[in-house]
Design a protein around this ligand. Sequence first.
Ligand SMILES: Nc1ncnc2c1ncn2[C@@H]1O[C@H](COP(=O)(O)OP(=O)(O)OP(=O)(O)O)[C@@H](O)[C@H]1O
Length: 659
Amino acid sequence: MDEKLGKFISRLKVLVEMERKAEIEAMRAEMKRLSGREREKVGRAILGLNGKIVGEELGYFLVKYGREREIKTEISVGDLVVISKRDPLKSDLVGTVVEKGKRFITVALETVPDWALKGVRLDLYANDITFKRWLENLNNLRESGRKALEFYLGLREPEESKPVEFEPFDKNLNASQRRAVAKALGSHDFFLIHGPFGTGKTRTLVELIRQEVERGHKVLATAESNVAVDNLVERLANSGLKVIRIGHPSRVSRALHSTTLAYLITQHELYGELRELRVIGENLKEKRDTFTKPVPKYRRGLTDKQILRLAEKGIGTRGVPARLIREMAQWLKINEQVQKTFDDARKLEERIAREIIREADVVLTTNASAGLDVVDYGSYDVAVIDEATQATIPSVLIPINRAKRFVLAGDHKQLPPTILSEKAKELSNTLFEGLIERYPQKSEMLTVQYRMNECLMEFPSREFYGGKIQADESVRNITLADLGIRTPEEDNAWAEVLRPENVLVFMDTAGREDRFERQRYGSESRENPLEARLVKKTVERLLGLGVKPEWIGVITPYDDQRDLISSLLPEGIEVKTVDGYQGREKEVIVLSFVRSNKKGEIGFLKDLRRLNVSLTRAKRKLVLIGDSSTLSVHPTYKRLVDFVREREIHIYVGSHLGV
Ligand SMILES: Nc1ncnc2c1ncn2[C@@H]1O[C@H](COP(=O)(O)OP(=O)(O)OP(=O)(O)O)[C@@H](O)[C@H]1O
């Protein structure tokens, strides 16, 4: 292997390890900061659980924890959890979630102390399984994975992507979408589909997948999140293709359960046989358990073999009576049958799974789960990867490693994957970005957006996409008026802010004495009370005009400002940081920039990808709230303020708005 490549892979492994540690650290810090109740509220703890041992598997005890009250949590199958009486930081009882239901959650534990079964809480520790799969894949890179990195590092020149003519299934594809598919089909190594906000990346990928299958190819299609995978599955469902979703059913959207491997196995002609084996196994287990299990206290150091031999002779030893020896020997004999039966069941299940995967046209799963052994039952001509700019290199390498060539879709002008560790920040550099910068000719940008009013698109298009994006006819002039919202009757500054035709509005706090940001004691984050009050007023006024709560989204870059705004708004209005809105849209967005200070510091607003995402979520109306005097220290923000001032509605808050 090339030395540079070897070094790079080692470096990736170090970074992954650092990030894994940082994630665990962050969890511990949160456990310190938040009470159990607060942690339960944000979905990372479950309180008041009682447990029962329900089985044993591969040396682990399965403990089913339950309670009366419904369990709502982000803790999912595969996650590591800490079990504790009260303080998770003082417990080292860690297990893996293997199943989750409405009122229960099952955890695999190596040991089960008595205290762990009554009145405990369960805390998310870290999603360790993801890191394990990244590392495992890096340690087992095949030719495809290595080649991808060689392209990335500039150690290998890619071939030209020559467009292939094709008859689209989707007659409505626009010209740039067709070009992207044509070139992806004509790529022997890789291709990049650059899809800015609302330009139909997923729709383009669906066409590409169908065309690949049409050409007799088998496709492995993945995305970073389960939601995006489900989205692809849903859109492929009616295409007549054999589509298989791999993933734990608890993480797959309910409507799509019939596409999961787990479900398809139950539909296979050999399933009856499989079920029968399992029933036999269970019955044998029951029979086995009527005999005495040879636990250390009874067997007194005797091996299985010795017990069986002694039983044959009908004698006891070391104070173990012959009757007990016979009992234990029975247990051992039946246990062997139990093991064999379950082993046969496993083999049969594998055979069925292999058959199903072999016959599939498209196998879909998340990047991380593409590392599962079942995925390897198939051999793939192409990996098609959505959300590629939200996935780290170790993550996208998993599907890439398992296919002959790959197509990535994403937008490097939006937010990269979140990396917690300061030292491992370079993990947020994506393969997509590295490749598109080195080989722009291996990409195609989608240029028609189907999301927003043209006024909202213009600035981001010019600033981040060379002015190349156009609004489709169907959205070019959309406003809240189409949804029945009327112009307010008053004639003042608020009317200007609210008027549906005024699609882009900047409420400028410059000049107000009380405009400045604040920092809470002990917090790195920021909040801005004046802006928070303006958000509240704006939202209330919008609701008053008949705008539905679910049409409105509030975005702010800072956690503390998000919390402050949430505390002021009625329930049902979504308030999130920028990261929480990636890939999503709302009819109206109210955006609070927060930063306002005499030093002209704008902190991480400088990451323009954050600005881009913030500006491109609204379909019909966008209200910006900020201090132009602080923001304008940065040329892009200055251009934004100037753009709104010249072309759209710019209002100095002053005393006009009564806030
Ligand atoms: N050629 C087209 N003609 C009509 N509508 C289209 C076309 N392409 C995409 N759309 C519509 O645009 C919207 C966004 O498409 P899609 O979900 O595929 O985009 P995306 O790029 O994956 O989304 P995002 O940009 O939010 O990540 C969808 O409602 C889709 O139906």
